[in-house]
Design a protein around this ligand. Structure first.
Ligand SMILES: Nc1ncnc2c1ncn2[C@@H]1O[C@H](COP(=O)(O)OP(=O)(O)OP(=O)(O)O)[C@@H](O)[C@H]1O
Ligand SMILES: [Mg+2]
Length: 226
C-alpha cells in the first residue's frame, strides 16, 4: 500500500488541492484509494461532501493516522492520500513517519520557497522520500517556464531538495472543479489542468516504483536534485 502525504508548513500552498485532484484521478475499482483529512480545517472533507459519490472514501484523523492506515491495509486499499495542516504538529510528523512518499507543494514565491525548509527537515529526520511540487505557477509560454518558477527551482536547488520537473499551473479549472466536488479530469477530461494532474500522478507512480525497488531511480522526482 502506498501512503502519499501532502505536507507544508506554509498555508495555502496547495496541499488540499493536490490531495483532492490526485486522489480523484488515482481512484479506480481495481485500485481503491482512501483519503485521510488530518487537517482540522477540513478542506478535503468539505470537497468530499460536495462529491456525488462517496468514492474515494474519506476518513478524518485528529492526532494520529496510524490506526486508519493499519485499517486501510487490512481493507485492501492500494493508495492512501493524507492531507495535513500547515504546521509541523505531531499529526504531521506522524503522517510523515507513515509515508511512502511526501509531496511538498510550494508556490513559486520567495516566502513560499523559503518556508519548505522545515517540512524538508521533517522528511529528512524521518528518512522519508519527498519531492517539492511547484504549484500555482504562471502558465508556461511557448513551453518555457516563467522566470519566477526558474528562480524557485534555483533556490530549492540550494536546499538540495528534489523538485518535480513539471508544474501545476494556476488554473481556475482546478478551483472550479473543487467547488463541484470533482477532480480535474471529472470536471474537464481534456483540460490542461487534468493533463498536469495526470503527469504529476505518473511522476509519483514512477517514484513509488523506484522506492519499492521495482525500477531504477532514473527519472524519478524524489531523487532529481538530491
Ligand atoms: N494550481 C492552482 N490554481 C488555482 N488555484 C489554486 C491552485 N492551487 C491551490 N489553489 C487555491 O489556493 C487556495 C489554497 O489552496 P489549498 O487550500 O489547496 O492550500 P493548502 O496548502 O491546503 O492550505 P492550508 O495550509 O490552509 O491547508 C485554495 O483556494 C485553492 O483553491
Ligand atoms: Mg489544506
Amino acid at each position: 500500500m502506498n501512503v502519499i502525504v501532502f505536507a507544508s508548513r506554509k498555508g495555502g500552498s496547495g496541499k488540499s488541492t493536490l490531495a483532492a485532484h490526485l486522489a480523484a484521478q488515482a481512484h479506480r475499482p481495481n485500485r481503491p484509494c482512501l483519503l485521510i483529512d488530518a487537517d482540522p480545517q477540513g478542506s478535503l472533507a468539505l470537497w468530499h461532501k460536495l462529491r456525488d459519490s462517496n468514492e474515494p472514501p474519506l476518513k478524518t484523523a485528529t492526532r494520529s493516522v496510524n490506526d486508519l492506515i493499519a485499517a486501510a491495509k487490512r481493507e485492501g486499499y492500494q493508495w492512501v492520500f493524507i492531507d495535513t495542516p500547515p504546521n509541523t504538529s505531531p499529526v504531521v510528523e506522524d503522517a510523515i513517519r507513515a509515508a511512502t512518499m511526501v509531496i511538498i507543494p510550494a508556490r513559486p514565491g520567495v516566502f513560499d520557497v523559503n518556508s519548505v525548509q522545515e517540512t524538508i527537515q521533517c522528511c529528512r529526520t524521518a528518512r522519508k522520500p519527498y519531492a517539492v511540487v511547484i504549484n500555482g505557477a504562471p502558465a508556461r509560454r511557448d513551453d518555457v517556464e516563467s522566470r519566477i518558477v526558474a528562480l524557485a527551482r534555483e533556490e530549492l536547488g540550494k536546499f538540495r531538495a528534489p523538485v518535480w520537473t513539471g508544474q501545476i499551473t494556476n488554473r481556475a479549472d482546478l478551483v472550479l472543479a473543487l467547488g463541484h466536488g470533482e477532480g480535474a479530469k471529472e470536471y474537464s477530461s481534456e483540460g490542461r489542468a487534468a493533463s498536469e494532474i495526470s503527469r504529476l500522478l505518473a511522476a509519483i507512480e514512477r517514484s513509488i516504483k523506484a522506492i519499492r525497488g521495482a525500477a531504477t531511480n532514473n527519472g524519478t522526482m524524489h531523487k532529481q536534485a538530491a
